[in-house]
Design a protein around this ligand. Structure first.
Ligand code: ADP
Ligand code: X2W
Length: 292
């Protein structure tokens, strides 16, 4: 009778050692708030999404206070396509008219948020799903830029009382990137920006941005060029010499904003790699880029 409990690849001794090596990391982060941004392409595979929620539950059971801030741009795209509405983009932000705002709110706060809450529940945990409107968590004003982006919001303030109440009660908090304005308007906020603002606003130890590339690469087409540890002072050089392009530019800006807001470390990692977050947080080597 084969022993179905043992992996053919890792012997029991090694597996036990891997667990023991996690002890200093668990001690370091227990009781600390960690804000994780999940969205984009990393969210599309349902089995992987379930696996990410199980990993988060494991971290929560180790004592970490977890806030999962999510986007869901691809799901908004699908819902808009279904009604024959197309989106325009400016610098990575979706130009948001009234119809798009309505759809974004329904898809993010209604659909994606509850899918994630359900996945945490399926893993055996308890999640509480809210959006930036709840408890006035995120207050935004109309985006200030050269081009009118409609109902795209820039975050003005963060009120973490509801978030902390939920964390104190033992919930894994799940937040959709929809914000309210002082003008009574609802605003569409990029989820990276929402996560960075929440991380700074609630005194998080870490911000983790999950994307679909390994992290910051010196050559964006060469995975072996990963920068594992990136001092924030080097980021302006990477911007100036063109190493950082496209979507990686606002991600690094979010990391710098979070760090200047008091967050200790910001990580960019590939959410499509199984257990990426466990490997990044609980091992010496890490798997993505840590900015500090
Ligand atoms: N130096 C770089 N290192 C890694 N990725 C880079 C770099 N410069 C540009 N990129 C691009 O940034 C993309 C990640 O940003 P984005 O597509 O906006 O992510 P998401 O949709 O997950 O928010 C990568 O897929 C990659 O093509
Ligand atoms: C203003 C703006 O662009 N908002 C984003 C909000 C969702 C998001 O950020 O989703 P991802 O993280 O999956 O890209 C949008 O409408 O797509």
């Amino acid at each position: 009778m084969p022993n179905t409990k043992s992996s053919p690849l890792i012997d029991p001794q090694t597996r036990a050692e891997i667990l023991v090596q996690a002890i200093p990391y668990i001690q370091r982060f227990a009781g600390k708030t960690i804000v994780i941004k999940y969205g984009g392409g990393a969210m599309l595979n349902q089995a992987l999404m379930q696996s990410v929620m199980s990993d988060l539950l494991l971290l929560q059971l180790m004592g970490m206070r977890l806030v999962l801030v999510h986007g869901g741009g691809p799901f908004i795209n699908r819902a808009l396509e279904a009604i024959g509405h197309t989106s325009q983009w400016e610098n990575g932000l979706r130009v948001t008219d009234a119809t798009t705002m309505q759809v974004a709110q329904e898809v993010l706060a209604g659909g994606v948020n509850k899918t994630l809450v359900r996945a945490v529940g399926a893993a055996g945990g308890r999640a509480l799903g809210i959006c930036g409107l709840d408890g006035r968590l995120l207050t935004a004003c109309k985006h200030d830029g050269d081009v009118d982006l409609g109902y795209v919001g820039d975050i003005e303030s963060v009120d973490c009382r509801l978030l902390n109440d939920g964390l104190d009660k033992g919930y894994l908090m799940v937040v959709a990137s929809i914000a309210g304005g002082r003008d009574g308007q609802v605003y569409n906020v990029n989820a990276d920006h929402a996560a960075a603002a929440i991380a700074a606003g609630c005194g998080a130890q870490k911000l983790i941005l999950m994307t679909d590339v390994l992290g910051v690469l010196t050559d964006k087409d060469d995975p072996s060029s990963l920068i594992s540890v990136l001092p924030q002072a080097q980021v302006p050089d990477l911007l100036a010499d063109g190493t950082l392009k496209g979507g990686m530019i606002p991600k690094l800006t979010c990391c710098l904003d979070a760090l200047s807001g008091g967050v200790q470390q910001a990580h960019i990692l590939d959410g499509t790699l199984p257990h990426a977050i466990l490997l990044e947080l609980l091992s010496d080597d890490g798997i993505g880029t840590m900015v500090y």
